[in-house]
Design a protein around this ligand. Structure first.
Ligand code: AMP
Ligand code: MG
Length: 340
């Protein structure tokens, strides 16, 4: 995966801030669009190749986002996901190949992470409402906590069905579906002939090629100061996802109650403020950013260092940057903590 060493990060941060301030390079040669879909901001940006029907390609990406939202949203009663949640405790529910494959991918990440990533977090997670500042009581959590266990999801590849081993299990793909949608968007752009492009869904992005003979600059936001970028990464042909405790949260009794749930406690995961993961595809980086957030700095970075082609940048509970060993300048290896 192409990335620049950490030593250039200050320079990179400066150029990104400049980019943010000045906007992207002007010209009719770029197609740019932004919409609110899937409860988040979707952006599509690509260099228009000669003869390309750019609006049609851009619209096709947005339509794909709407399609995936309609199938996988837990907030729509008529989504395929909601049907599974309603029926899978009673009987095996036949599902689309797309949903089945994503559930299999989610299971792989659960196994890899020892259950830190677990889509059944929703068995308790559905009781949180971040807008209404509502969180479950200890009693409500303890009554349901044993329903958080990915092994309760039975996947039958022959019949292509999903079944829950117990009543009360719920799933939510919020930690992986946006990455999947970004990957689908990139595939559409590639089929359209795009060679330089970017698709972003909230904290999940994937870059196709370079930014027309320059790297794309992806900034990692300061978790405590909106609009501040703490580090910018010059990237090409890669996916990057950030999970943060600042996206959906409220403060109750001095504690930050946010949307990434520790499967062992049913409460917001503690230990890092944001976790950014770089890798070949956005489905993987999306799931792994949520995973690393739950695992925390030590275990999270240890996991990333075991995975070839994957890197991570964490902002820990003290606001310090921590890098996986693949991003450390050679002098800092081994074992020296990265300092900012
Ligand atoms: P992200 O912003 O990619 O980290 O995704 C956060 C979303 O992942 C949350 O809004 C939940 O929908 C979902 N989620 C929260 N906790 C977990 C968990 N432990 N495992 C899997 N998904 C989770
Ligand atoms: Mg994620």
């Amino acid at each position: 995966m192409p990335f620049f060493p950490v030593a250039v990060r200050r320079l990179a941060a400066l150029s990104t801030l400049a980019l943010l301030a000045a906007g992207s390079p002007a010209g009719a040669d770029w197609h740019r669009d932004a919409r609110d879909i899937m409860g988040t901001r979707i952006t599509v940006e690509f260099w228009i190749e000669p003869g390309m029907n750019a609006p049609r390609c851009g619209d096709a990406v947005m339509a794909e986002m709407r399609r995936i939202d309609a199938a996988m949203s837990p907030f729509r009663d008529d989504s395929e996901l909601s049907r599974v949640n309603r029926e899978a405790a009673d009987r095996p529910v036949p599902v689309s190949a797309e949903l089945f494959d994503l559930l299999e991918r989610a299971r792989q990440i659960s196994v890899l992470s020892g259950g830190a990533f677990d889509v059944t977090f929703a068995s308790v997670g559905y009781l949180y409402d971040y807008r209404q500042r509502r969180q479950p009581s200890e009693k409500e959590i303890s009554r349901r906590l044993d329903r958080i266990d990915y092994r309760l999801i039975e996947l039958d590849p022959q019949a292509r069905t999903v079944r829950f081993a117990k009543p009360g299990v719920r799933i939510d793909l919020g930690g992986i579906a946006k990455g999947h949608a970004v990957d689908r968007g990139i595939r559409i752009l590639r089929d359209c002939g795009v060679r330089s492009g970017l698709v972003t869904a909230g904290g999940d992005s994937r870059i196709l090629g370079d930014r027309h003979r320059r790297p794309w600059m992806i900034g990692i936001r300061d978790p405590r100061q909106r609009d501040h970028v703490v580090v910018a990464l010059p990237l090409s042909d890669t996916a990057v996802s950030t999970s943060g405790d600042y996206e959906r949260f409220f403060i109750a009794n001095g504690e930050r109650v946010h949307h990434i749930i520790h499967p062992g406690t049913g409460r917001s995961a503690r230990g890092v403020r944001s976790a950014t993961v770089l890798g070949p595809d956005a489905t993987t980086t999306d799931a792994l950013s949520t995973t690393v957030f739950v695992l925390g700095t030590q275990r999270g970075l240890a996991l990333i260092d075991r995975l070839p082609g994957i890197d991570a940048v964490l902002i820990d509970a003290n606001g310090r940057l921590q890098y996986s060993s693949g991003l450390m300048p050679p002098a800092a290896k081994p074992g020296k903590p990265a300092q900012d």
